[in-house]
Design a protein around this ligand. Sequence first.
Ligand code: NAP
Length: 597
Amino acid sequence: MSTLRPTGSLIPVDAPFSAAQESWLAGFIAGVAAAGRRSTAPAPTTTVDVLFGTQTGNAEVLADQLVAGAVARGLGGRATALDDVSPEQLADMSHVLVVTSTYGEGEMPDNAGLFWEALQASTVPRLEGLQYAVLGLGDTSYDEFCQAGKLLDTRLEQLGATRIHDRVDCDVDFEDPAELWTAAVLDRVAAQAGATGAAAGATTGVGATTTATAAGGAGASRASRPGAQWTKRTPYRAPLVVNRLLSAPGSAKEIRHLEFDLGDSGIEYAAGDALAVVPHNDPALVDELLDHLGADGSADVDGRTLAEVLRVDREVRTPSKDLVADLVQRAPASELAAVVAHGDKQELDRWLWGRDVLDLLRDAGPAAPTLEELLPNLRGLQARQYSISSSPLAHPGRVHLTIASVRYGDAHRTHHGVASTYLADRVQADGEVGVYLQPNAAFGVPADGDAPMVMIGPGTGIAPFRGFLHERAASGARGANWLFFGDQHRATDFVYEDELTDLQERGVLDRLDVAFSRDQAEKVYVQTRMREQAAELYRWLEDGASVYVCGDASRMAKDVEQALLDVIAAGRGRGVDDALAYLADLRRAKRYVRDVY
Ligand code: NAP
């Protein structure tokens, strides 16, 4: 009789298989065994389609959690990006849960724009057979709060779909309302379906540790991937092991290279993901605020000092909308009240830009609120997300960030960016920082190592592309790589120049075009270089290149998109509409992706 292998394998020791065959066979047997185990549970009769629209990955993580929650209730579940669903496919679905963030001034996030366009067409099928609910993610400091979710909710209703549950619009602290909404919606669907899985309400899927096996065969859930236990509430305390200035003396910028040790966190990131940093406020700013308010920082607030609460828990830099409204009411003679009275939103934004809570309290004079009155109008201190600038293949166990420290001011006051200067100045050598991973599955190197990449990342927008290039070098991918980079001055702001030169010499970086905007009388930007290289750039697109853009969303990303359209129009010679359609196709094929904010 054959003996079993010591590993517990079911394959006899003397079986005539190669190591590769044996490994395949072991996987096959495990799969058959798992299928046998699964067959004891009845197959789900209702599938919940979770459709997500995401810019920074939050909606995608929630979508995975919803799928896990559906599966835990005996339902089928499948998460899909909105742009990957056509109206016809939508019409074939029975239960749809939409989770979407909003981008910029009320726009759809990058992976939902095509879906939204298609849904507005007059030929779109009616959706009478569809039950749905929408969860919006947003930020109340924007005027068009959760606009994408609101638009989708209304449009689905117009098309005849039935709402299973009211839409919930979440502010930046989305975790609690999202968890409640998830539980309520899934319980309702499970009750309707008479699902026979785990008890309804047993889990929301949030923090679920099992893989959400989607009915549609989706892969491993990001919600359950290693390191997912580290969140905003429970960040991993990662030692900051490198804090190095990249920009040279004389630069108007202070750009830093930071490295964290991931230790035993289990965090597994991919090049292109972001790392969220849980910052602390500057104690000097907290003291100034306490001073101004005449408050005692050592006073006890639920077992902590007031100074500690302001340092760790509250946003004391950017004034909330509620605070602005409160101050206008209290101090009608203030400068702020006068600007608000004009009713010009842009003028108000300009006035508020760079002013912090203390500036506004000073402006309100004696009418300013007391500390007790102020506290409810200070929002929770938010984690800040930074694009990771390393590759796990090239830098195992470490995560790198590339951050410009925000510092500005006048003769009276200097303002400091909360997280950038926390990392630059206030974390001691080897001090620990609360971090967690913000996966961004849509923004990564092409799965096909032979596919060319075009990367456009001025300023700190270079961050993910440094990671992409290291990833491609480490994996031995042979696809051609082209980087457009720029900043103010070559002499002081050409960050990672040595590394980029080395990557060029090693044949990893095939083309590098730089645009230093202030080295000559005329401004030169990355899009100037794109236009100069239009014919070659178009050739790369035709050769299957993916185009990535990272950096400033307000102007750069729009101007770069226009340049890309011009390049396409010049290459094809078929006009603007044709270029727009070509770019839409690139987007649909996930060959035009952006990480911009
Ligand atoms: P920056 O202010 O964007 O400046 C970099 C270069 O871009 C400068 O040479 C600047 O020129 C030029 N520039 C200005 N306007 C432009 C335009 N319309 N089109 C093209 N180039 C333009 O650099 P930064 O200080 O590193 O800031 C980068 C921005 O990207 C920040 O807003 C940051 O928050 C964002 N960022 C986002 C991500 C992300 O989404 N994941 C990652 C990293 C950075 P002049 O100043 O001479 O006009």
